[in-house]
Write a protein that binds this ligand. Structure first.
Ligand code: R5P
Length: 264
């Protein structure tokens, strides 16, 4: 691996090999999703707690102060919307020239395995990976499930994650599921988990993060379950304790409870 590629990955994954990414790229197909109507307001208080941000170049240029020093992963696929017929109909929506100009630490693209656009999105991934090697830019593949949440079983997610790794993705972002260990064991690149739609109880979010890390995940790349919470700083702090400090679930929950009264 070339120096630039290694350096970018090391900015994302801390010395323990783990990362807490904060995902806020949802607007690329959802528009002004709840709590990201004004991205700057929601993101700024959380930046100190994130090892990396995952976002679009639009949010980066308009809502993030260039003095900030947190590495970021740029969303590189798009071309669809929640109103369209098929969420999987994505193309590559970012040039490497711009990703480098913006000083990205990685680029991210969704693959939709098992959909009508499986081939298209997997070829998009391979094109991005080829370019990534040319420029020393890691590629994070998201195993997207669109609206078909029932697809989130270990059989499907192992298949999609492994295909992304085989095609050359440096990092795979997938969903937590029952038998998650199987997904991790059959994927030879680091896996981070998305959080999915907002859960009612923050304890369930911490449990998901805890179980994912216990079963081999290299971190989280969560969004809604952090910034749509009433206590986003408390949630991300408790997640950090799980990811980086090997906190037990009980300890992380008690950290959350103690912080939620002190922070918003
Ligand atoms: C999809 O919109 C994006 O890839 C998100 O970054 C991803 O779904 C993670 O965010 P959340 O934890 O809200 O699912």
């Amino acid at each position: 691996m070339d120096w630039g590629m290694k350096n970018r990955l090391q900015r994302i994954f801390k010395e323990d090999g783990k990362t807490v990414m904060l995902a806020l790229d949802h607007g690329y197909f959802l528009g002004p999703v709840s709590r990201l109507e004004d991205p700057r307001k929601t993101i700024e208080p959380l930046i100190p707690y994130a090892d990396a941000l995952m976002l679009t170049r639009g949010v980066l240029r308009n809502c993030i102060d260039p003095k900030f020093n947190t590495p970021f992963i740029l969303r590189a696929s798009g071309g669809n919307s929640v109103l369209g017929k098929d969420l999987s109909n994505e193309g590559i929506a970012l040039s490497f020239e711009d990703a480098i100009r913006l000083n990205a630490s990685a680029v991210a693209l969704s693959v939709y395995v098992g959909t009508d656009h499986e081939h298209q999105t997997l070829i998009n991934l391979t094109k991005l990976i080829d370019e990534g090697h040319r420029y020393g830019m890691p590629v994070l593949a998201v195993t997207a499930v669109g609206k078909e949440l029932e697809k989130r079983d270990s059989r499907y997610l192992s298949l999609a994650s492994r295909i992304a790794a085989e095609l050359g993705a440096n990092i795979v972002k997938t969903y937590y599921c029952e038998d998650f260990e199987k997904v991790v064991k059959s994927c030879f690149v680091p896996i981070v988990i998305a959080g999915g739609p907002k859960l009612k109880d923050e304890m369930d979010v911490l449990k998901m993060a805890y179980e994912a890390i216990a079963q081999g995940a290299s971190g989280v790349d969560m969004g809604r379950n952090i910034w749509q919470s009433r206590w986003p700083v408390a949630v991300i702090s408790a997640i950090r304790s799980i990811v980086h400090e090997k906190a037990s679930l009980k300890k992380a929950c008690s950290l959350f409870n103690s912080l939620k009264n002190k922070t918003k």
